[in-house]
Design a binder for this molecule. Structure first.
Ligand SMILES: [Zn+2]
Length: 475
């Protein structure tokens, strides 16, 4: 029986605005497709009133605290580092996508990004960098941090606001505003509640310093950072940090190393005990991942011995061939398949139910695109039902190491039908036979003649119990 579950999610345009969810039934599994609605000038990440308030707050802070905002004449703008970073211990291969670039087309109702494409929304003055997958789970666990893109002075910050917004509103965000030596400023918006840096307004920060955690405070449909660059001290001086043919605001990139407009990547792979649950904003997602499986394994809704194997993709072209692979402990292939997306999506995930290995050991699940591999380890362990298999003595294998024959022996075993299988380290079955035990004991010779020297696994099992033994073959 080969049961395949396919799941599909597509997030076409992340923005600060509402999103809809469409449930599709695909083959014998169920997937969800998410479509984010486009924002518009009437529902921006930061409202006109909020721009006015923060401009005034920055002015007041500078004057009240006597912040030195001396601007060096002719100073160049800073070269910006990437503002998102993985928290310590968070090891996903990637975790972001661009929800929207700066809108370069100032005509109402028309949009264009710096690369003459349409990944923006009307009137957007910043770059929306969203986390994915499991953006609320990531927020809850503070997995993705916002770091200062350049050195400067904090001239305003705010914390304490609700951070699970799912749509456009006029609520205030948790945020940090930094002024650089040349007088330029960057706004870091929509942070997690309670996570805003403790560095005080008026104090300096270095490039790479912690500022907060990606959240969904303020006018936001999901966790992302609205990253907005000002050449000067007012919102009207906004720039686009990306240089490109359709950047009409500024000639040069602000980035130290500008990332491409579109970045196909495998962000994550995972092994799951059952289907993941994306949920509906603002619910925290339920990944149902595991790195440890005890066989025999039964996952909810899955066939006996099956687990779900997921890959999470960003901006993958429809001609991409993704090599998906389960590797044995020795690095050989246990199972492999390929996947090619049928449609272009900013982000998507696909899951397959596949048989888990049954031999104890440390395995790897991985996916490779364009020579770049994303992998995760998982461990298989076996259960031993002592009552059923060995009542008075442990099953013995001797001699071990063996030459041409070994004997499996044990006393006090529950009578019944047993299966004996011998596998190599790649999981291949070399020998399989049945043994009907009627005298509470087993003594059986098994030939290993013709087998190469190495490690083999002998499994003795019923439907309810199992014992696995390592057998070493010598030449
Ligand atoms: Zn934004």
């Amino acid at each position: 029986m080969k049961k395949i579950y396919l799941s599909f999610v597509s997030l076409f345009a992340f923005s600060c605005f509402v999103h809809a969810q469409i449930i599709n039934t695909i083959e014998d599994g169920q997937g969800a497709e998410y479509i984010a609605g486009n924002n518009d000038a009437a529902n921006p990440c930061i409202t006109a009133e909020q721009y006015r308030v923060i401009e005034q707050r920055c002015k007041d802070n500078i004057s009240l605290l006597g912040i030195n905002t001396f601007v060096e004449k002719g100073a160049n703008p800073p070269l910006l580092q990437w503002p998102l970073a993985a928290a310590t211990g968070f090891t996903d291969c990637g975790f972001h996508f661009i929800g929207a670039f700066v809108d370069q087309n100032t005509a109402s109702g028309s949009i264009q990004d710096f690369n003459c494409e349409s990944n923006t929304y009307d009137g957007h003055h910043g770059t929306d960098i969203a986390t994915w997958p499991y953006s609320f789970y990531k927020m809850d666990h503070s997995s993705v941090e916002i770091h200062a893109a350049a050195a400067g002075t904090i001239i305003d910050k705010h914390d304490g606001e609700f951070d699970r917004n799912c749509g456009s509103n006029n609520l205030t965000a948790n945020y940090v505003i930094i002024q650089h030596a040349d007088g330029s400023r960057i706004l870091y918006w929509h942070m997690k509640n309670g996570a805003v840096t403790t560095v005080a307004i008026g104090q300096p920060v270095a490039a790479g310093d912690y500022l907060g955690v990606v959240g969904s405070s303020g006018s936001s449909s999901g966790p992302h950072v609205h990253f907005e660059v000002w050449a000067g001290s007012s919102g009207s001086s906004y720039n686009d940090p990306y240089s490109g043919n359709c950047n009409l605001l500024n000639a040069n990139t602000w980035w130290l190393a500008q990332r491409p407009h579109t970045e196909p990547a495998i962000l994550k792979v995972s092994v799951n005990t059952t289907d993941l649950v994306m949920g509906t904003c603002p619910a925290t997602e339920t990944p149902n991942e595991s790195s440890q499986f005890t066989v025999p394994f039964q996952g909810p809704g899955l066939g006996p011995g099956y687990a779900k194997f997921y890959i999470f993709l960003r901006e993958m072209p429809t001609n991409a061939v993704i090599d998906v692979r389960i590797l044995n402990p020795n690095g050989s292939t246990f199972n492999n398949w390929t996947y090619t997306p049928s449609v272009f999506s900013k982000v998507s995930y696909w899951g397959w139910s596949k048989l888990l290995p049954t031999i104890a050991g440390n395995y790897t699940f991985q996916a490779t695109y364009n020579g770049v591999t994303c992998s995760t380890p998982f461990e298989i362990s076996t259960t031993v039902d002592v009552a059923a298999i060995t009542a008075t003595s442990e099953l013995q294998v001797f001699p071990n190491p063996t030459l041409d024959v070994f004997t499996i022996s044990g006393e006090g075993i529950e009578n019944g039908n047993y299966r004996l299988t011998l596998n190599n380290t790649t999981g291949q079955t070399l020998l399989s036979e049945n043994a009907n035990i009627t005298s509470h004991s087993i003594k059986k010779a098994i030939s290993t003649a013709g087998l190469a020297a190495g490690v083999y696994f002998l499994t003795v099992e019923t439907d309810q119990s199992r014992v696995a033994k390592k057998v070493y073959k010598q030449n």
